[in-house]
Design a protein around this ligand. Structure first.
Ligand code: TYD
Length: 148
């Protein structure tokens, strides 16, 4: 399992945000273009998730996102037809960038975990690939590669 800071997957990487920490607490600010490779068009957050209830199970064709656990711990399974990695999010100053054509599953939400997602586009159901076989076919088309 990769912790934030140690990920090696196609179209994915970690982003360390500056933590303005002082005696009063911590503050993280996220700005485009200084800290983020895309302009934020949408923000959503997922919370009150039961530890036994995984979510996600989709890829996006074009959307770029940054995922952060602003509270608690959350595991993210990232998959392409050629690689798979599990990343544990637990530090609100570290984001996980997930670009296009990466299958993701979110699971093991700890008590009170909050997953914050910054997204490059508005919600568009046509950008989703929610069936893994369809995702593999699209991946092969996009990358003109045989899927193992
Ligand atoms: P869903 O894609 O099932 O969530 P997850 O990726 O965590 O499995 O989304 C749940 C519902 O929320 C679904 O009805 C679509 C809606 N939704 C929006 O309206 N806007 C959004 O930005 C997102 C991400 C979801």
């Amino acid at each position: 399992m990769a912790l934030e800071g140690d990920i090696n997957m196609q179209n994915c990487r970690n982003i360390d945000f500056k933590n303005h920490s002082d005696g009063r607490g911590d503050l993280v600010a996220i700005e485009h273009p200084k800290d983020l490779p895309f302009e934020i068009k949408r923000v959503y957050y997922i919370y009150n998730v039961n530890a036994e209830t995984p979510r996600g199970f989709h890829s996006h064709k074009d959307l770029e996102q940054v995922l952060l656990a602003v509270n608690g711990e959350i595991k993210i399974r990232l998959k392409t037809p050629n690689e798979e990695e599990i990343v544990q999010l637990s530090d609100p100053s570290k984001g996980l960038y997930v670009g296009p054509m990466v299958w993701r599953e979110m699971f093991d939400f700890s008590d009170h975990a909050v997953l914050l997602v910054l997204a490059s586009h508005e919600y568009d159901e046509n950008d989703y690939l929610r069936n893994y076989d369809d995702y593999e076919k699209e991946y092969a088309k996009v990358y003109k590669r045989e899927v193992k």
